[in-house]
Design a protein around this ligand. Structure first.
Ligand code: SF4
Length: 284
């Protein structure tokens, strides 16, 4: 087993401000990392690994040195989480700097969640789309308009809902002058999951509603089937608990209604019914 310690947090002052230098060690590969005061994760083997030493506050992180071999495995968002994980503004600032996987490279910006802290309903989709990537806000494109219509019909006020995505950067492939959505891999979803968990911890919703299979599998697990479980409200699954243990529900992603062709009306009705079931549970 290889073991490294995160050993120092050193305060420093500039002429115009006081900040903290964070000495951090990022590990690439499955290895044991231990901070004497903060956390410990199970030890595992380290066939390939590299070290990266960085400093700065969450919003001004700078890599100082690297060593070793880096696998293709993404390091994940965990390394970018700020100290105050229950502060949405702080989380949003930190996420804007996230390079936890390669999806930040072709994207315009991080699209973090939006909505009031303390919202009783948190909706989580898959990833930002083309319009969301350009505007920096979740669910403002065509799928967002479908969601708005369905929420209104289900009696849900979007201003009272926190909306976000399982993955915070737009993954796309070029087709001529267009940018076509590409589904994020399970590895990319896992890399981004710390942001989603932090949002849930900060908002403390009563219900988390997953929109689509990617979001549902991120929270329910890989065997979850939206097609059979949609519209039901579930207790949190066994395993690592979600902060605050919110109830979980799932339905389709609103973009699927845009692609439904002749079935579009029927699919919209089912989508509204799923949202209405969640609204009823919230009001119970
Ligand atoms: S997709 Fe998530 S983990 Fe990957 S760079 Fe963006 S914010 Fe970070």
């Amino acid at each position: 087993m290889l073991r490294f310690e995160v050993f120092e947090w050193t305060p420093y002052e500039r002429a115009h401000s006081t900040s903290f230098m964070r000495i951090s060690v990022r590990m690439f590969g499955d290895i044991h990392i231990e901070d004497r005061e903060r956390f410990a994760t199970p030890a595992r083997s380290a066939p390939n690994m590299a070290l990266e030493v960085s400093c700065g506050s969450a919003g001004q992180r700078r890599v100082m040195a690297t060593a070793g071999r880096q696998t293709e495995r993404p390091v994940g968002a965990q390394a970018y989480l700020p100290e105050a994980v229950d502060d949405l503004d702080e989380l949003r600032r930190a996420a804007a700097q996230c390079h936890g996987c390669d999806l930040y490279r072709p994207a315009t910006q991080t699209v973090f969640g939006e909505g009031p802290p303390g919202a009783s309903l948190l909706m989580v989709g898959e990833q930002p789309g083309d319009q969301e990537d350009r505007q920096g806000e979740p669910f403002v494109g065509p799928a967002g308009h479908v969601l708005d219509q369905a929420m209104e019909r289900a009696g849900i006020d979007r201003r009272q809902v926190y909306v976000t995505n399982a993955v915070k950067h737009f993954k796309w492939v070029p087709q001529g002058s267009r940018r076509l959505h590409k589904t994020p891999s399970a590895r990319e979803v896992a890399a981004c999951r710390p942001w989603l968990h932090a949002e849930i911890a900060a908002v403390r919703p009563r219900i988390v509603l997953c929109l689509g299979a990617v979001a549902a599998k991120a929270l329910f697990g890989p065997s979850f089937l939206v097609s059979t479980e949609r519209g039901k409200v579930h207790e949190p699954p066994d395993g690592p608990l979600l902060p605050g243990r919110p109830l979980l529900a799932a339905t389709v992603h609103p973009s699927s209604i845009l692609r439904a062709g002749q079935d579009r009306h029927e699919q919209m009705e089912r989508f509204v019914a799923d949202l209405a079931a969640v609204a009823t549970r919230l009001g119970a």
